[in-house]
Design a protein around this ligand. Structure first.
Ligand SMILES: NC(=O)C1=CN([C@@H]2O[C@H](COP(=O)(O)OP(=O)(O)OC[C@H]3O[C@@H](n4cnc5c(N)ncnc54)[C@H](OP(=O)(O)O)[C@@H]3O)[C@@H](O)[C@H]2O)C=CC1
Ligand SMILES: Nc1nc(=O)c2c([nH]1)NC[C@@H]1CN(c3ccc(C(=O)N[C@@H](CCC(=O)O)C(=O)O)cc3)C=[N+]21
Ligand SMILES: [Mg+2]
Length: 291
């Protein structure tokens, strides 16, 4: 093993501390806490764990957490009515509806109902469009967390060859947009890509966001490359990523572990987006460089 292990847990803790400090300043000036509303439909254990750790982190940062738990058989109309009430609630700066939703609910109908200026997940098409055109909006938390880890590890990313494996609207596509914004040369691979091994072998930066345990092999990695493993797969061997960690760590320059890599950054960036939303909505300036 030769690669540096990128400590996402430590980076996330440091970011959360910087957020906590700016939250104090916001409360002093605005006279209220930033507020994050999280909506969970049903009782999926993995989703419940995520929502719980998010709620704890929100409160630890000095923000208000509003949790709404709805039964698995809630109607789409009822869920949309809740989103409407959160859109109208002045105490709510950020709204997150935990995905996936049950099959009888149209995720797009719900996601697009959220006020884009409270869409701290960055999933609304208005925010996807803002990201694609260089306007200020909300950037999806997981890809932004990956960029923060990459910049901390590598500094300036200009000119680097980046390969993103996965083209979902919530990870792969926004990840590619953000790497492009950092002036990387970006390739987006997916299930129809031919000879993925040789595509990956060109890359200085590999971001795996697939959902297939251990799919990316060590031999695919260019020696010294930086590997960001977004995958969260629950297997008999516990939580594993999309990258064969042991194989990749023997050739990569640096690599994120699972757990303890990208996952903790996702939650920290969610708080960052909520803090930014609170400042924007209150018309108060914030220190972007400290976030
Ligand atoms: N750490 C975190 O905070 C988060 C982790 N995740 C994890 O990241 C992973 C990806 O999530 P998400 O983007 O939502 O997943 P999706 O299922 O929406 O997308 C998966 C992508 O991977 C591609 N793909 C599937 N199989 C292959 C293959 N054999 N070779 C190449 N590409 C393939 C698909 O291609 P195609 O488009 O052609 O079907 C698709 O674009 C999951 O493990 C998820 O749990 C997700 C969000 C947050
Ligand atoms: N509207 C919405 N927004 C999301 O951001 C969203 C979502 N829905 N649905 C599910 C995915 C997944 N996701 C994770 C966040 C943190 C960890 C995380 O903290 N993982 C820890 C381990 C946690 C554990 O042990 O289970 C780690 O990787 O170290 C993982 C996954 C956010 N998602
Ligand atoms: Mg559905």
């Amino acid at each position: 093993m030769s690669a540096t292990i990128i400590d996402g847990k430590a980076a996330a803790a440091a970011l959360r501390e910087r957020i906590r400090l700016q939250t104090e300043g916001f409360v002093a000036r605005a006279g209220r806490k930033p507020g994050l509303a999280v909506v969970l439909v049903g009782e999926d254990p993995a989703s419940s764990v995520y929502v719980r750790s998010k709620g704890k982190a929100t409160i630890a940062a000095g923000m208000a957490s509003f949790e709404h738990k709805l039964p698995i058989d809630v109607s789409q109309d009822e869920l949309i009515a809740l989103v409407d009430s959160l859109n109208a609630d002045e105490a709510v700066d950020g709204i997150l509806v935990q995905l996936p939703l049950p099959k009888h609910i149209d995720e797009q109908a719900v996601t697009t109902r959220i006020d884009p200026d409270k869409d701290v997940d960055g999933f609304h098409p208005v925010n996807a469009g803002r990201l694609a055109t260089g306007l200020n909006g909300f950037v999806p938390c997981t890809p932004y967390g990956c960029i923060m880890l990459l910049k901390e590890q590598l500094g300036d990313l200009t000119g680097l060859d980046a390969v993103v494996i996965g083209r979902s609207n919530i990870v792969g596509k926004p990840m590619a947009q953000l790497l492009l914004k950092e002036s990387c040369t970006v390739t987006v691979a997916h299930s129809r890509t031919r000879d993925l091994a040789s595509v990956v072998h060109r890359a200085d930066i590999v971001v795996a966001a697939v959902g297939v345990p251990h799919m990316v092999k060590g031999e695919w990695i260019k020696p010294g490359a930086t590997v960001i493993d977004v995958g969260i797969n629950r297997t008999e061997d516990g939580l594993v990523g999309d990258v064969d960690f042991a194989g990749a760590a023997s050739v990569a320059g640096a690599i994120t572990p699972v757990p303890g890599g990208v996952g903790p950054m996702t939650i920290a960036v969610l708080l960052r987006n909520t803090l930014i939303s609170a400042h924007r909505r209150a018309g108060v300036a914030y220190d972007k460089d400290a976030l």
